[in-house]
Write a protein that binds this ligand. Sequence first.
Ligand SMILES: [Zn+2]
Length: 208
Amino acid sequence: MAFVHKQRPLPPAELLEANEIKFLAAGELVQWALATFIVEEASLRNDDHSHLNQANIGALWTNVPNGRSGRSIIGQAERGLPPAGKWLRARIERQILDWFGDVPDFILTFDAHYASQCSDAEFCALVEHELYHCGQERDMFGQPKFRRSGLPAFTIRGHDVEEFVGVVRRYGADAAGVRALIDAANKGPEVANVHIAQACGTCRLRVA
Ligand SMILES: [Zn+2]
């Protein structure tokens, strides 16, 4: 994929070879994601992520396998700090500060072994899947919400569409509210056709 911005970042070899639990801050991955999908002149720019121009995003590589019932989880998106007890939250905050220097709006975690061997198209689909979880709250009229500071009100976003195939088969795309999905699928992929069997830790669904 010549249109991918520069060489995509790869997890460091020390992480792949380590036997101990490791999480490494991946600043180069965030820079690459910004340059590829988010900033004005991004090579694969996607307007859906435009609020992330104002987001503080942290990324981690990990060598810790994740998943259940035979399906591996290869990526995850979270808010910076989890709601938790005082010491647990403070302990996590200390660790986050050591990685990033501040507490990001979103933290993305990627499986280093998967990221080291997947194709550019699969990597793009995985990173964009996680970026789609990094959403902006909407008001009752569907307009994007902002904080008093003027920054977007960030939130973890779920899926646009959840419907039974049978309902679509029997009542159609409009009745089932999946018209936008059908239209997007019929147009064909803008970037590349990929098939990823592994899952995302945020939504537990297949990444692409
Ligand atoms: Zn997901």
